[in-house]
Design a binder for this molecule. Structure first.
Ligand SMILES: *[C@@H]1O[C@H](CO)[C@@H](O)[C@H](O)[C@H]1NC(C)=O
Ligand SMILES: *[C@@H]1O[C@H](CO)[C@@H](O)[C@H](O)[C@H]1NC(C)=O
Ligand SMILES: *[C@@H]1O[C@H](CO)[C@@H](O)[C@H](O)[C@H]1NC(C)=O
Ligand SMILES: *[C@@H]1O[C@H](CO)[C@@H](O)[C@H](O)[C@H]1NC(C)=O
Length: 944
């Protein structure tokens, strides 16, 4: 099947990450997967979703009750049916473009392996070591070599081994765009050191290859490639340059993607002398012990023809002795065997931890795709993951780990009956049912989370299923398109485990539902909260709710090839909000335009601005002249009352079109004033701090924050960065050339000294406050007045002194394409600089984010009593008390001093059922009068 036939909406996100040629190679590949248990099905699912030509699943085993706890495509009705045959139609459903084949014969030492020839990649799971060795030898004997992966989960241990041959070529080791930097200087030396212009961080790595162009003086470097060594973030060395001509100026160094070659060793060699990955820097000794344990386990199974018994001390002693023996056969024996780890793996080796299957399943599928495409650096050569942490610290009697003959047996072997029960009675709230949400739900279903009397999973997602979701949100099928994600996902996981207690909702989790649905009482009743969200704003909101209610939160997300997981535990860890994530997604337009509350809003705003100024405007300008001819014709048409689309904007744009570098700098500076100073002043003019909305609630309430007008400071690097990048972009759009000297800080400062910046004059312009309003053409209707002004502007351009030629005014502008991966142009600089003046610094007292101060009042408790509490308890003088966006007390506000004698009830106006309110306080800072300290949230209890 040619990749062109593939319906692209299904693959748009993946194509973006992998690129066309890799997608094509995948679509031509056949893969064999042996063993369709818990791990095998995860690998199969991921490979099918990613899309290959064909996947063959081979398994001679029949399904048993315990398979149901790890293998999500096997149901009760499948018990005693062949596992591959029972799973294949589920896999086919996931992706109609992948052909699924099944084989039910055993793969063992006697098998004739010639049938393996037809596959490009072979993945073995649940396979004895002697079979692995035999298949690996066969794969290596083929030309070209068949890519070989073996992987397994034994209780709390997961293992992956890759062998992609002696000469494996990786075309692109990281999938990222090549980087490029301007050169500031290259020394004559041994080695010669290259420094970057404006001390920009080059982002190169040791052994990267760069190619030079436009270098003056040391011309002979141009066009040549150099392997570099990183000397500092802004310098790198390129080898001998002492005999070259002196560097004079200019030059660009660009990274060259060089394909890398990897030499893999056979399984036989690697067993004795393993190349181990260290995935967890907190457990540096674990991989060596895990490898020895794996080797021992495979040897034990082969010798005894059985697994070590579950939690058998006798077997574990036997096992340990065998491990000591085998250790001496390794090229470098393990110095210090982690005995606890070794025994734990031995105790649980018959078990299987479903999340470990999920993790390794994702990993192995990716390695298979790397093997087939040559994209991204492959595993070289072993990965071990252990989950020793899931074993109870004071293990109950070994009895509690023994099998009971139900679907949880393999899980029970790892964690014990007590934990199985505890998880069954867990109340869990998960927000979002996208790709991560589907995976989580499946894992919960397999482990029986919330299947007990008291257990309950609540999920919410207000999205509907789209076609493009189907290649990664594996609970959904084409027939579910346009159906709600939450209810569909709930139904699908009930098929995996009918005992699950799950409530599916479609509410948004946001301030609007905070009182009615997901209120404090709701959070109180949960044991754990899970974020499975796709945007930073909702993550922050959930995080804040969990901090307020002191609930543990599991946070995770993916973006392209990257992902993150964060476990947040009250009083133990920091929270999600303690770190900043990259921006994403769209935001309601009015939030973006006038009320940026978060850094993401600011970046979105800056990006919009970029589009408008440097893309849309020039496009409109060019289209206008192309449609309407020259200026005289335009004036004539306008005078005849002909409506010309865009004439107002074009007349303004033409009137102010810069023709020199100085004008570009001037305009950049004026834009700065307009965006960062006047706009804030205008907002505060239109909406003074005490403005109320029509329902009486305050206008400036969270998440809207009142803006602070920014005073331009030429010594502030961010302010300067804005001017530099905006001026460069303006110049580029208008075809004005500039030199590196023009953009350096000193020359721009000199120019700025003479720029006249307009004063702020408040206007009565209406500001959009309705979040449902979307971006529209703002000046499509021209008022009579504006028409006259437009004609006047065009006439002036035409009749003004002749030193600016009309042809220059109407010359084509060059729309700029937004290119965020290309550092050399100033787009990202512009956006970073434009976005950053919006954020606010704040000092904090020393308290952790998990702290909350509590104050217990009564019906007569006055504001004075309240303020005194802080003086007495913390020696702090409150300088401000705020509830939501409502100012309760601010000494500088007229009348507020009188409030001290008022009761808190009068000031806060609680409802009959309100028990407490959360307040924000600021305190006088003794060290800095102008800068108040913000305290932790204060919960005031009314006790009425
Ligand atoms: C699987 O079950 C079938 C009958 O359903 C039986 O004929 C076959 O022998 C079983 N296979 C194994 C490996 O137990
Ligand atoms: C490059 O660096 C050398 C050594 O620091 C210095 O003498 C030279 O003037 C610099 N050249 C340029 C063009 O900046
Ligand atoms: C027209 O001339 C005036 C005065 O010389 C000048 O300030 C203005 O910038 C000119 N306008 C245009 C569009 O050239
Ligand atoms: C609050 O309680 C008072 C007296 O008990 C009652 O009259 C009033 O209706 C209640 N208000 C609300 C909003 O429940």
């Amino acid at each position: 099947m040619a990749s062109e036939e593939i319906d692209d909406s299904l693959y748009s996100r993946q194509r973006y990450v992998l690129g066309d040629s890799a997608m094509k190679r995948m679509a031509q590949s056949s893969v064999l997967l042996c063993g369709v248990g818990g791990l095998g099905i995860e690998i199969a699912k991921n490979i099918v979703l990613a899309g290959v030509k064909s996947l063959t699943i081979q398994d001679d085993k029949n399904a048993s009750i315990e398979d149901l706890g790890t293998q999500f495509f096997l149901h009760e009705a499948d018990i005693n049916k062949n596992r591959a045959e029972a799973s294949s139609h589920h896999l086919s459903e996931l992706n109609p473009y992948v052909s699924i084949k099944t084989l039910t014969q055993k793969l063992d030492e006697k098998t004739d392996l010639s049938y393996l020839k037809q596959y490009q990649c072979i993945i073995l799971t649940e396979s004895p070591l002697n079979v692995q060795l035999k298949v690996n030898r066969y794969c290596r004997s083929q030309k070209p070599q068949i890519q070989f992966i073996s992987s397994d989960v034994f209780g709390i241990l997961g293992q992956v081994f890759c062998d992609f041959g002696d000469e494996f070529e990786v075309m692109d080791h990281n999938g990222e765009e090549p980087k490029e930097v301007f050169v500031a200087n290259i020394t004559q030396g041994s080695p010669g050191i290259v420094s970057t212009l404006d001390n920009k961080v080059h982002g190169f790595e040791n052994d990267d290859t760069v190619v030079f162009k436009e270098v003056k003086g040391m011309d002979c470097l141009n066009g040549h490639q150099f392997k570099i060594k990183v000397e500092s973030p802004c310098t790198f060395s390129i080898g001998e340059t002492s005999l070259l001509d002196e560097y004079k100026g200019g030059g660009i160094a660009s990274q060259v993607k060089i394909s890398k070659h990897f030499k893999f060793e056979s399984l036989e060699e690697q067993l004795k002398n393993p190349a181990l990955l260290h995935p967890d820097l907190c457990k540096l000794d674990a991989p060596a012990t895990c490898h020895l344990t794996y080797y021992t386990l495979q040897t034990f199974i082969q010798k005894e023809n059985r697994y070590p018994n579950v939690w058998s001390v006798e077997d574990s002693e036997k096992f340990e002795n065998l491990a000591q023996e085998l250790n001496q056969q390794l090229t470098s024996p393990v110095d210090c065997i982690n005995r606890q780890l070794l025994r734990s793996i031995c105790f649980t080796s018959q078990g299987c931890l479903p999340p470990l299957c999920a993790t390794l399943g994702g990993f192995v599928a990716q390695e298979a795709l790397k093997a087939l495409t040559g994209k991204f650096t492959p595993l070289n050569q072993w990965l071990y993951l252990d989950a020793i942490e899931v074993i109870p610290q004071d293990p109950p009697s070994p009895q509690s780990f023994h099998k009971k003959g139900d679907r949880y047996d393999l899980f029970r072997i790892c964690v014990g009956e007590e934990k199985v029960k505890e998880l069954a009675n867990t109340k869990l709230f998960m927000v979002g049912c996208g790709a991560i949400g589907c995976e989580m739900l499946k894992n919960y279903a397999l482990m029986g989370i919330s299947c007990g009397e008291q257990g309950k999973i609540t999920i919410t997602d207000n999205d509907l299923i789209e076609k493009s979701n189907l290649n990664r949100q594996f609970l959904f099928r084409p027939r579910h398109i346009r159906m709600p994600k939450s209810t569909t996902a709930a139904k699908a996981v009930l098929e995996i485990n009918p005992g699950l207690k799950i409530a599916a909702q479609q509410h948004k989790v946001c301030p609007q539902t905070e009182d009615s649905i997901y209120n404090d009482a709701f959070f109180e009743s949960q044991d754990v909260i899970v974020n499975a969200l796709d945007n930073v704003e909702a993550r922050r909101y959930m995080d804040a709710r969990c901090v307020t209610n002191k609930k543990p939160l599991l946070e995770s997300g993916t973006m392209g090839t990257k992902g993150h997981v964060q476990v947040i535990v009250p009083h133990v860890t920091e929270s999600y909000g303690s770190q900043r994530d990259p921006p994403d997604e769209d935001f309601p337009y009015c939030t973006v335009k006038s009320f940026p509350a978060t850094i993401e809003h600011c970046i979105q705003w800056a990006r919009d601005k970029f589009e408008q100024v440097f893309v849309q405007k020039p496009q409109m300008f060019n289209k206008f002249w192309a449609t309407n001819g020259d200026i005289e014709k335009v004036i004539k048409k306008l005078s005849n009352d002909e409506a010309l689309e865009g004439s107002v904007k074009v007349s303004k744009s033409a009137y102010t079109k810069p023709t020199t570098w100085l004008q570009c700098v001037e305009q950049a500076r004026i834009k700065f004033e307009k965006y960062f100073n006047h706009k804030a002043k205008q907002l505060l003019h239109s909406f003074p701090l005490d403005t109320l909305l029509s329902d009486g609630s305050p206008f400036w309430q969270s998440p809207k924050r009142p803006p602070t007008p920014i005073i331009f400071d030429a010594d502030n690097p961010l302010h300067m960065l804005y001017i530099q990048s905006a001026a460069r972009l303006l110049a580029d759009v208008n075809g004005i050339s500039w030199t590196p000297t023009d953009v350096d800080v000193t020359s721009i400062k000199n120019l700025l000294a003479n720029v006249k910046v307009p004063q702020f004059i408040p206007s009565s312009k209406r500001i959009e406050t309705d979040e449902s309003a979307s971006k529209g053409q703002e000046d499509s209707v021209i008022s009579g007045n504006e028409e006259q002004e437009t004609i006047q502007r065009f006439s002036k351009i035409l009749h003004n002194n002749s030193n600016i030629q009309v042809s220059v005014i109407t010359a084509d502008q060059k729309p700029i394409e937004f290119e965020k991966d290309d550092d050399k142009n100033s787009h990202i600089d512009y956006i970073a600089a434009a976005a950053n003046p919006c954020c606010f610094d704040r000092d904090t007292l020393t308290y952790t984010m998990w702290d909350k101060w509590e104050v217990y009042g009564n019906k007569d408790f006055t504001l004075q009593n309240f303020l005194d509490h802080f003086k007495a308890k913390y020696s702090l003088e409150p300088s401000m008390v705020v509830h939501g966006a409502k100012m309760i007390f601010a000494p500088i506000m007229p009348g507020h001093m009188k409030r001290k004698s008022h009761t808190m009830v009068k000031l806060l106006k609680p409802n009959n059922h309100t028990k407490y309110m959360d307040l924000i306080l600021a305190f006088t800072n003794e060290n800095d009068e102008d800068d108040d300290l913000e305290g932790p949230p204060v919960r005031y209890y009314f006790n009425l």
